[in-house]
Design a binder for this molecule. Structure first.
Ligand SMILES: [Zn+2]
Length: 533
């Protein structure tokens, strides 16, 4: 028998079981045979076009990124080296309720302006309005990773109701349910929410339940960035537990954390443990004590009404600027208030469009000093000058808190990586930090458990039956790594660094990573087969 690829004698982590030393053979993009080695003899007979000596190395299924801002990246950079270079072969896109589609006819320029900071701009002209049309364009870019779409609540609401700050009418709610259904039929595998972002933040719980009921028909998980990750995090996560319970949909909370008060971590994890008794629940985490998002997330919701144009217009006016500053200083009931909670020293610019490119890497306190203004004024000036195209890194948690979340049994891994001039190191380092640093080096959790969360358990969550395991018939998405060397090297000062110790990555049997560099292979694609209803 001849194979395309034969990895001999590696320690195989199959994704959902005990590791063993053995051989793995690949043919035509699929895993053809798997056999444990007995008494040192080769386990599989036969020749292969390429044979790799795996002794001393770990062979895992390709990793699955549960929170990826890669929706438009492939139009500019289909190689996705930041992701391939840490072993991610599949990415769940459109988190936080945000996506390039669906979008109302004529509404794409506004959407592009809003998404630019998080997702990049994509093509100069967007030719789509439906999720289906956009996924077709995305597939034509031939991405190196497999991209798994979500349908986003924010963009569904925006498509049906624009930026309206009110509850939907019965007709509007039915139209939103229809958009969610169309999205799921077009291949979306989760329903994502971004309650920090507009117009999602305007939705009340009943609206969320009505849309979640559509997801429940497909068994598609709800993937929420909850309303409040600061002082109100318990209520905000409880809201989605209630939505999951009432709708019957599974729940995977996005990037679980306590943004301003670590004392809430114990009760937060206890809340999820209790919910797991009668709700299918999990969460994802990027294994760092800092977050990253658009700088405009520091503004109260009222200041962002009317989208990009409304926000920019408002922050030109003195009275509105004073009101924003007062709200940041005094808070608003129920509002997360990241800047008020963390202060300007702990928030650093990750990327800023012209004329503020030099702001990347500097804290809001430093930038305010430079400009001789209050830090809220500095934020408003940056947003105005760079037309909201600014992202930040917020340092919020201790390493102990990060590890406490990482070891929890319901945890999965999502990079939340956002491209930019000085990106958060999670863009390059997430998988290696979790598996290499936390599991292999620190022994914080068993290696098999860490691999399961990066692979089989994530695949099960997304209904991806063809991957996440090393077994005959599965897609040959594989990661080969040196357990003594595999570790994240990206830092806040030098974020664009690939991890050490990654020997090889294969996507659908094609080698995408070799010798510390991308090979140029683009065998990923877009997963468009709908979940069975
Ligand atoms: Zn988010």
């Amino acid at each position: 028998m001849t194979f395309d690829l034969l990895v001999r004698g590696a320690t195989v982590y199959p994704g959902d079981g005990a590791a063993f030393v053995g051989d793995v053979a690949v043919r035509a993009g699929r895993i053809e045979a798997v056999a444990p080695t007995a008494a040192g003899a080769p386990a599989l007979a036969g020749a292969a076009a390429e044979e790799i000596a795996g002794a001393g190395l770990l062979l895992c299924p390709g990793f699955i990124d549960m929170h990826a801002h890669s929706a438009l990246r492939s139009f500019d950079d289909p190689l996705q080296a930041a992701k391939i270079g840490q072993g991610f072969t599949t990415e769940l896109i459109h988190p936080d309720g945000l996506a390039p589609a669906p979008v109302a006819a004529g509404g794409w320029r506004e959407r592009q302006a809003y998404l630019r900071g998080l997702e990049g701009a994509g093509p100069a002209e967007w030719g789509w309005t439906t999720l289906d049309g956009y996924l077709e364009a995305l597939a034509a870019t031939r991405p190196a990773t497999s991209l798994v779409p979500s349908i986003g609540h924010n963009v569904v609401r925006d498509t049906v109701m624009g930026g309206a700050n009110r509850a939907p009418t019965r007709e509007e709610l039915a139209a939103m349910q229809r958009e969610v259904r169309l999205g799921l039929e077009a291949g979306a595998r989760t329903l994502s929410f971004g309650m920090l972002y507009l117009p999602g933040a305007y939705a009340l719980t009943d609206e969320l339940v009505a849309l979640a009921e559509e997801a429940a028909l497909f068994g598609a998980p709800l993937v929420p960035h909850v309303r409040n990750e600061g002082g109100g995090v318990l209520e905000a996560v409880a809201e989605f537990v209630e939505v999951a319970r009432r709708s019957g949909a599974p729940l995977n909370v996005s990037h679980l954390k306590c943004l301003t008060d670590e004392r809430l971590l114990e009760p937060l994890l206890a809340l999820l443990d209790a919910a797991a008794a009668d709700v299918s629940v999990s969460f994802d985490q990027y294994p760092y004590g800092a977050g990253s998002t658009v700088l405009s997330a520091l503004l109260p919701a009222w200041a962002q009404e009317g989208g990009v144009a409304g926000t920019l217009d408002r922050i030109t006016r003195r009275s509105e600027r004073d009101r924003i500053r007062a709200d940041v200083e005094h808070g608003i009931e129920g509002w997360e208030n990241i800047l008020g909670g963390l202060g300007p020293d702990r928030i650093v610019i990750a990327n800023a469009a012209a004329p503020n490119e030099a702001a990347a890497g500097r804290s809001l306190a430093e930038l305010a000093d430079d400009r001789g203004v209050h830090h809220v004024e500095a934020v408003l000036d940056l947003l105005l000058e760079s037309r909201l195209d600014v992202t930040m890194i917020e340092h919020y948690a201790s390493e102990a808190a990060v590890r406490q979340v990482a070891v929890h049994r319901l945890q999965l891994v999502g990079s939340d990586g956002i491209y930019g001039a000085k990106p958060h190191p999670r863009l390059y380092g997430t998988a290696a930090r979790f598996l290499g640093r936390f599991a292999l080096r620190e022994g914080l959790l068993p290696v098999e458990e860490a691999v399961a969360r990066l692979t089989a358990r994530a695949a099960d969550r997304l209904g991806l039956g063809d991957r996440g395991r090393i077994a005959p018939g599965k897609r040959a998405d594989l990661v080969l790594l040196d357990p003594a060397a595999f570790i994240d090297t990206a830092t806040y000062d030098e974020p664009a660094r690939h991890p050490d110790g990654l020997v090889g990555v294969w996507v659908a049997g094609q080698r995408a990573w070799a010798g510390g560099a991308h090979t140029g292979a683009r065998a990923g694609g877009v997963v468009r087969e709908p979940l069975p209803r």
